[in-house]
Design a protein around this ligand. Sequence first.
Ligand code: SAH
Length: 215
Amino acid sequence: MSTPAHRARLVLGLRSAGITDTRTLAAIERVPRELFVPDAFQDRAYEDTALPIGYGQTLSQPLVVATMIQALELGERDKLLEVGTGSGYHAAIQSHLCRRVYTIERHKPLLAEAHTRFGTLGLTNVVAMTGDGMKGWPEQAPFDRISVTAAGDAPPQALLDQLKVGGIMMMPVGGQSRVQQLVRYRRTEDAIEREAIMDVRFVPLLPGVADAPEA
Ligand code: SAH
């Protein structure tokens, strides 16, 4: 089966699993997932499963990526901050749905690989850097949307501060030994509203820039 056919089948599966937003599904159909998957897992690139990408990190399961993106309600004029570039797959999909994606990764080699993929795909509206995403990206703040793709006990205050009023932030919340919840935060004039979307399992959000791979 050719990759476009694989992608069409992936999208059909996501649709039957409850992803209804047509913009999200169309963006997923445009991104070749095999480009983001290590050679050893090429035959599993289109399974609805998380896959290892090295440095103890994982490329999220397509259904979780799709759920996160759908719940983020991305508009085409939005400026998005992503914390946890990983392979770059999630960022590549989002780049088709908003004005600009600013993405931060604490593992320099992963960022370099993702950066190469953005170039290969001609994605000119993705800006990527190595750094500690828990601090956000103050020079580019505020953001319409923020997507955190690693789990922490609570949303970092710096990120909430960099979210516009009316903005949405998605983040998996919880420790590594218990069930985490994917939470949608909406910033209003005077409060942060919180809504749990689904149970998930993500690698941890860690402070600082990595100098060695976590096992
Ligand atoms: N969205 C990715 C999957 C990310 S896995 C994809 O599509 O492939 C989570 C990533 O978050 C890992 O690569 C991990 O190194 C990174 N990460 C964890 N804490 C971080 C932090 N404080 N700043 C930036 N990246 C972080």
